[in-house]
Design a protein around this ligand. Structure first.
Ligand code: SF4
Length: 348
């Protein structure tokens, strides 16, 4: 039986972009209701029997790593809602092709799981934190859990995690007055802060362009406070552009809305029920659960993945940017018909 490994020539799409990063959503559920992601009263959830087991996720991850993927990020929804997540971490870490295994979490349950995740081999954590004010956190997320999130960050440090990142979605009129406070907080915590522009992806049913606090505005506001800001040079496929403050602090901006980076995008997304999407904005995906459960071999899976990637010409954020009239990307009725269009299903 022929099996491909990471040292084979990298798999490239129509624009020459390599397949390197895989985001694996382990659940579509979330315990917060952030206004920029899940502002609705009710959601249609994926049927539980359709969710991939940990063994199935391991098998699909192995098919991807056989094609050159070497970094995996566990996402959701909120991934720590999936029971025994550290067991999945342990299974994925057994794969010698994995160079980097990271977790994106809202931090609410991190304190109770940080040590087990570290012991299982998780490399890095990215925590979402949009405000340092408990009252604002409650207004933004609908939950009173700010102290738990801060406790989660401390617990991650105690458990031995380093290089933690704090992701802050900045929405005009909501938290754009906290940029410097978030940066100072990141410095104290030894965490790199990344400011994210509000994106018009599926699920962002309250999005409008005037609420986007742009990369340019972020840089301008921070330069007024800190002085000259310079870009950190170096080619990277990471979504964040990194910048340096005069005091040596590094921070990032993920400017998908005003400054898309599709040309260097090496990411794709696997949902908790085994649908594979080649772009955050893609309307259709490839069902990998069905062939997996029907007994497809590793080679059959890798050839299905390879042929889809070689045909990939997605550049969703760039296409959105040039639209003359830009409103909500997917309407509520369409989201109800296909929850795979939601960002919380696809993994942000
Ligand atoms: S919009 Fe699509 S192609 Fe562009 S960076 Fe995001 S996932 Fe990649």
């Amino acid at each position: 039986m022929m099996t491909l490994y990471a040292h084979v020539a990298p798999l490239t799409d129509v624009f020459g972009r390599h397949l390197r990063s895989l985001r694996v959503s382990v659940t579509d559920r979330c315990n917060l209701r952030c206004r920029y992601c899940m502002p609705e009263e009710k959601y249609i959830w994926l049927p539980r029997e359709e969710l991939l087991t940990f063994g199935e996720i391991r098998e699909l991850v192995s098919a991807f790593t056989a094609l050159g993927v070497d970094n995996v990020r566990l996402t959701g929804g909120e991934p720590l809602l999936r029971r025994d997540l550290s067991e999945l971490v342990r299974l994925i870490c057994e794969n010698p092709q994995i160079q980097d295994l990271a977790l994106t979490t809202n931090g609410v349950y991190l304190a109770e799981h940080a040590q087990a995740l570290r012991d299982a081999g998780l490399h890095r954590i990215t925590m979402s934190l949009d405000t340092l004010r408990a009252d604002r956190f409650r207004a933004l997320t609908g939950r009173d859990a700010h102290a738990q999130v801060l406790g989660g960050l401390e617990a991650a440090h105690r458990a031995g995690f380093r290089g933690t990142k704090i992701d802050s979605v900045i929405v005009r009129g909501v938290n754009d007055d906290e940029l410097a406070d978030l940066l100072e907080f990141g410095k104290q915590q030894g965490a790199e802060v990344r400011f994210i522009e509000y994106m018009d992806v599926g699920g962002a049913t309250e999005w409008s362009m005037d609420k986007v606090f742009s990369r340019a505005e972020i840089l301008e506001l921070l330069s007024r406070r800190y002085g000259k800001i310079v870009p950190v040079v170096g080619e990277s496929s990471a979504p964040a552009e990194r910048f340096l403050l005069p005091d040596g602090t590094v921070f990032g901006i993920i400017a998908s809305t005003t400054t898309p980076f599709c040309r260097r995008c090496d990411r794709s997304r696997l949902t908790a029920d085994g649908m594979w999407y080649l772009c955050l904005y893609a309307q259709q995906g490839t069902d990998l659960r069905q062939p997996l459960r029907a007994g497809a071999s590793r080679d059959q899976l890798t050839s299905a993945i390879a042929s889809a990637w070689q045909r990939r010409n997605d550049r969703g954020a760039e296409e959105r940017k040039v639209q003359r009239f830009r409103g909500v990307f997917v309407g509520i009725e369409q989201l109800r018909q296909d929850p795979h269009l939601e960002m919380h299903t696809r993994g942000g």
